[in-house]
Design a protein around this ligand. Sequence first.
Ligand code: DGJ
Length: 753
Amino acid sequence: MILSENNVFLLKNDNISYMFRVTEHGNLEHLHFGLPIQLGDVDALSVKYGTGWGSNSGPEGEEFPMYYPLEWSCLGTGDYRESPTEFAGEDPAGFKFSYAKTYEAIVPIKCSLPQARGKAETLEIVLAYVGGLTLHLFYTLFDTAITRRAVLVNNTDQPVTVTKLMSYMLDIQGDYEMTTFNGSWIAEMRSYRAKVGLSGIVNESTTGFSSALHNPGFILNEPGATEECGEVLGFNLIYSGNHYARVQKTNEGLTRITQGISPVDFEWVLKPTERFETPEGVLVYSNKGFGGMSENMHRFINEHIVPVTWQGKDRPILYNDWEGCMFNFNEAKLLSLAKKAKKLGCELFVLDDGWFGERDSDKAGLGDYDVNKKKLPNGLSGLQKKLENIGLSFGLWFEPEAVNPDSKLYRAHPEWALHANSGVTVLGRNELLLDLSKAEVRDYIVDNVSKCIDEGHVSYVKWDMNRHSTALGATAHKCVMGLYDVLNRIFTDRPEVLLESCSSGGNRFDLGMLCFSPQIWSSDDTDAVERFHIQYNLSYLYPLSTMGAHVSAAPHSQTLRDTPLTTRGNISFFGLLGYEFDLDELTPVETDEIMNQIEFYKEHRHTFQFGNFRRLKATEGISMQVSDGRETIVGLFHELVYAAPGYEKIYPVGLIQDKRYNVERSKQLQNASKFGGLLKVVLPVKVHPDGLVVRTAGKRYRMQDSVQTCSASGAALMSGLSLNARFMGTGYDPQMRMQGDFISNIYLLTEES
Ligand code: DGJ
């Protein structure tokens, strides 16, 4: 509900509340963002300024200078913290409160920017600028999040040049640590935590897109917060372009947070009567630690960001031909893979890059949409019909925003390519970007992609984008708006088509794309162990239902790591399971194991994809769980083992203390050759550990460890389930867990009826 009294505004539900008031000078004093409170709490919450600090300054007549928590601020007012608004050559007088309006729904953004959807209430605060501009601050209250955005309207008779307009500004009291997620291609979502100091921390992207360099989402926590306890706030932006956030502490004990479109090189000329809309910022609060914050963020994304058709809807298990074939395939090869994928239990066959134009490498063909008849003589529809007969639906890869200079499109329309502001041609993966601010470029993409989807009866689209942009400022923003327009036009009328966004992996893992594509390819780093960390860090801000996570070949092509198939599967379970390697090379024992993996995942798919997720403490290794209340699945993942391990436990959370649960641990399967010289000791016959006998046996047989089962109360399990001892070379016990580097186990806890 939204309450207001005496110029105090309170947005409140059972989980959160947000409160501010209008001061006697027309400024907005921020009072609270956190647990549900009451309108009568103003006095308890407002800062006590006293006689103030000697160095403070403020507008004439305002005895209360600008160093208190505010909802909005401007340069030139005596507030020397980060400003959310800047204009070129404008009189820098502040915005003052004009009026407020409430709505029992979302207020739609009036441009192609995506926005959160579903049941919500909105408060609009209108601020008037001395020069005649109005700034509209929108606060939308969802179950577990508040979204904020700002809209600037030019009511004057002169154009105004905006050089910075953030989506929101928030001043909170206290010391915080800030976690950002940074990285690069195949190294997405590395987390960095630092204390927020007086100079602040900036998290921004200037690559044209949200980028793997600096994900727009970030976290603030009170020092000492854990997974289960303490105040943790999550922030994100529903935007896929250049973004900027700064979190800055002040000497007075306040912390200012601003986030929005990157101001680098930004100049937006707003003509009389025009409005400039900023993307929506997302603010989440929990006093139940990082886990509570993630739960709130996950719920918000699952219920208010992803397209309605896909909310809570199980995602198909797919096979993608990319890592198995790259550009080298024909219809016969694809069908051979498809038959095997079907036998394994896959539901969707995705044909990745290389199906069109002269696309035999990444040097040519991008921008063209005519099917490569040498590879696919029967076209897309011919392939789709054969896949349908096999029992698989058909998914197709596109990279519509880019063009190779060696393509029919570029030869016909070189002027459609986007060149850097400097005039220098900058190539990335042999591509140029198309200028999506041009209507004719957008029409070309919409027409061609739509035609291919319809002709090929395509039920899944992988929308890729494989380079950074060199466009900055308004140009970059217009291209992002162009992309949203294109996505709207293609997919609004085709809601049943599942869209997976990808940008060389997770280079555009953001809430803007998630408004169109319910899932995103987490990383081109398909090494399970590496991607496990990417998934783990994504989980702070994004639900498992959004993370494409495929099982790939081992040894892995980027790391040369030989991760057991069991672990590769277990890691992908905590995401959207898929397979991506040459299935014609599978051995019988691998085929069996994958069939079992898929069967297990299908049985628990909804819990994995949409269950309540938690990162857990573990005696050793990394642990996490998903739960639908009835069943809880705990994963325990180890990296390098060491000799003489101690006793181990896992610590599930959220169980009902006096309920009883059946516990069952899945098997860890290992190739016998891993046991090296030990084989000579345990087997009755002498074998060479790397000899023909062991290698041949390895194609049909795996060493299996025990299945630990027990029945226990929720209270006992949450105190720590004692795990079977590990193999440590001192003998054989049928109950032990057989270990080695990069092993993992899945524990299924089912409520007893
Ligand atoms: C980058 C993607 O992330 C890969 O999965 C694959 O689709 C290639 N592009 C194809 O060029």
